[in-house]
Design a binder for this molecule. Structure first.
Ligand code: UDP
Ligand code: MG
Length: 318
């Protein structure tokens, strides 16, 4: 059986479009749709529930509030029962027409099939550039390749089980699903324009995603702080010696602006360094608290083998 997991946040009529489209591309397959309502404020949940009533292949999971896409994905993955699980956005920006090919590759032996972007249409130059810079930096620092990566993936059961063993609180699906390894293949796709509504990401949530992604995969920024500190130390020694020599030669050292500038530069560096350390500290704090990564308020269309214990997440029980 094939599971399709999609996070839904205020997609409204998009839900109907999505369910219809899935029925088309998965025609003839034994499949289930796991739709995770990430605390939508619109009628997304009632639409999901309505589909679950009429179609036994549709299951709905309603989180108790908006936990963010990563948490919604995780909730869906933990509830998926398929031998292969496909993850894609509910807004149909990930072209569902690729799904049959993904399934073919899986049947031919691939454990992970990733869709990679050929283009980035429908995005502003700014966000394209931002994503590019972040992905390259991430790939360099972690050796997990994020350039052109998407969340649109197929994971075979062994790969998904491996992924779900990762206990970290703030997960980063794109990163962790690459980190696990396993035989993988890629398919190039065109990312479509969004049908209906605007992107659900705000600048703030994107920034959080980037910081989470980085801190969960690498401590390189911490080493950068150390490196910056060392550079400053070397610079100070050189400057100190120069000043001393000039003083002994009888020149008084001028340069009030230089002093101000140096203060500003060191101040900035110290604050940035503290910020980086703070991010890691916050992460540790979050992990130590070990709160559940999401909470389920309601389920619909779940199979009877799913007992309430499974509604909360597994990692929490460990
Ligand atoms: N989404 C979610 N929770 C959120 C934000 C987004 O579940 O807090 C879902 C959204 O419904 C969609 C997917 O994540 O299915 C991608 O969101 P969006 O299309 O807004 O992002 P973009 O395509 O701009 O990256
Ligand atoms: Mg989208």
């Amino acid at each position: 059986m094939i599971s399709v997991v999609a996070p839904v946040y205020n997609e409204g009529a998009g839900v109907d479009r999505f369910v219809r489209r899935m029925a088309e591309v998965l025609d003839g397959e034994d499949y289930e749709l796991v739709l995770v309502d990430d605390g939508s404020a619109d009628d997304s949940w009632s639409r999901i529930a309505a589909h679950a009533q009429t179609d036994p292949r549709v299951r709905g999971l309603r989180l108790s509030r908006n936990f963010g896409k990563e948490a919604a994905l995780l909730a869906g993955l933990e509830h998926a029962d398929g031998d292969a699980t496909i993850v894609l956005d509910a807004d149909l920006q990930h072209p569902p027409s690729v799904i049959p090919e993904m399934i073919r590759r899986w049947r031919a032996g691939a454990q992970v099939v990733e869709a990679v972007k050929r283009n980035r249409t429908g995005q502003s130059l700014g966000s394209r550039l931002g994503a590019r810079v972040f992905n390259r930096a991430f790939t360099r620092m972690t050796r997990v390749d994020l350039v052109n990566a998407t969340d649109f993936r197929l994971l075979a059961r062994p790969a998904l089980d491996a992924l779900l063993r990762m206990p970290e609180h703030s997960s980063f699906f794109r990163g962790t699903s690459s980190w696990i390894g396993f035989t993988r293949e890629t398919i190039e796709v065109e990312i479509d324009h969004r049908e209906g509504g605007a992107s659900r990401w705000t600048a703030r949530s994107l920034f959080r995603l980037a910081v989470n992604g980085l801190t969960s995969f690498t401590s390189a920024p911490l080493h950068l702080v150390t490196l910056g500190g060392l550079t400053f130390a070397a610079f100070s020694v050189v400057l100190g010696i120069q000043t001393l020599v000039r003083w002994m030669q009888g020149h008084s050292v001028a340069g009030f602006p230089t002093v101000i500038l140096l203060l500003l530069v060191t101040g900035t560096f110290v604050l940035l360094g503290l910020g980086v350390i703070g991010e890691y500290l916050a992460r540790i704090h979050e992990e130590v608290r070990a709160r559940p990564r999401y909470l389920v308020q309601e389920v619909t269309g779940l199979r009877s083998v799913d007992v309430p214990e499974q509604w909360t997440e597994r990692a929490h029980q460990r």
